[in-house]
Ligand binder design. Sequence first.
Ligand code: FPP
Length: 237
Amino acid sequence: MADPAAQLPRHIGIIMDGNGRWARRRGLPRSAGHRAGIQAIRRVMEAADAAGVHCLTLYAFSTENWSRPRREVATLMRLFEQTLKAEVDELNRNGVRIRVIGRRAQLSERLQRLVAEAERTTAENRSGVLNVAINYGGRAEIVDGVRRLAEEGRDLTQLEEADLAGALYTAGLPDPDLIIRTAGELRTSNFLIWQAAYAELHVTQTLWPDFGAEDLRLALLDYASRDRRFGGVLDLS
Ligand code: FPP
């Protein structure tokens, strides 16, 4: 029988979409959708942990999301601050290491301070990893990685894939095996474009604020049913 652990993704990336639609269907402001989205994050982290998946990357704010109305951007930034403040202690108690990935220089100084503090507090934790992508873009990440290698004086004409992988925000983590996208769109939207080169995609119609343990179970089942070939041939023997 196949090893069940081999059927479990080591790292899941989640494109949390549909907060706005969730709110609109209820006649609520979009901010209510984002708030409900935070409850979904709690549920999913718990369910992932119980299932044995200990590395999650959440796409919370893309480099393109700055073009949203100013008030919505401000609400999201406030939510990031409040949530970081409110959750760090419990995540720390649970042994989860928090990392924020993205171009953080454009975040407010207050948020940058909170991020740095959360990362410092949880740096030695080894039971799980929670990456939160804020002001994140996959292309920007690759550009930043190349710039970093150039700044270190590396000979870029000799660059190997492993060198660049080691210069990305996710250095040291396994690549995501599974990317989940909620709310139905069939796009990866500049999320972990290097790391997810061989990831399986699971798209659900469920809106992010409605996503819960059962949705995660279905995503894991879907993942386990895939035949992962990493570019190899299909052996039908
Ligand atoms: C997409 O829904 C969701 C976002 C752009 C924001 C996601 C953020 C959260 C769930 C809060 C996260 C907080 C932390 C601390 C990680 P949308 O607004 O694009 O929905 P729509 O497509 O239905 O309009």
